[in-house]
Design a binder for this molecule. Structure first.
Ligand SMILES: [Zn+2]
Length: 149
């Protein structure tokens, strides 16, 4: 895990406070995904590590965080196969959506790709990768997915 500077220079519009601090919002989480970084936050009071970020710490209810970069690796806790997806994902069906326990601790849900659905196993090591295209439909954020290591 490495800290990043908060005076972040990017073409992507990060949501910041009046001091230029990048706020712990879901939009900013996806802004980092567009930079191919899986970022979470660490509560500056109790040390809880949270991903995707929230504006309030679920453990101690404080609202001061620092961003930390995750390795993007974890193990599959559970998954489901989607056969009847929402319209925008219809071309992908059937596909798998899983919950991955990240090495840093948090559990993150996401699509599992680059593997046949029948070869997916609970406990398999997965790593985050990023879609190269920004979706045409809202929300037009860069998307991450999981794939086998
Ligand atoms: Zn906390």
């Amino acid at each position: 895990m490495s800290k990043i500077t908060l005076t972040h220079k990017s073409k992507i519009a990060f949501v910041t406070d009046e001091n230029g601090t990048i706020l712990p919002t879901v939009q900013n989480f996806y802004n980092y995904c567009a930079e191919r970084k899986l970022m979470g936050t660490k509560c500056m009071k109790c040390g809880a590590i949270i991903c995707p970020p929230r504006t309030i710490c679920p453990k101690c209810l404080k609202d001061k965080f620092e961003w930390i970069e995750f390795k993007g690796r974890g193990k599959l806790l559970t998954y489901t196969i989607i056969h009847f997806p929402p319209t925008q994902f219809q071309a992908l069906a059937p596909y798998a959506v899983g919950i991955v326990k990240l090495e840093e601790g948090p559990q993150l849900s996401g699509m599992i790709k680059n593997v046949k659905v029948e070869e997916i196993r609970i406990g398999m090591p997965l790593q985050v990768d990023y879609e190269t295209a920004i979706p045409k439909e809202w929300p037009r954020w860069a998307r991450y997915f999981f794939k086998p290591e």
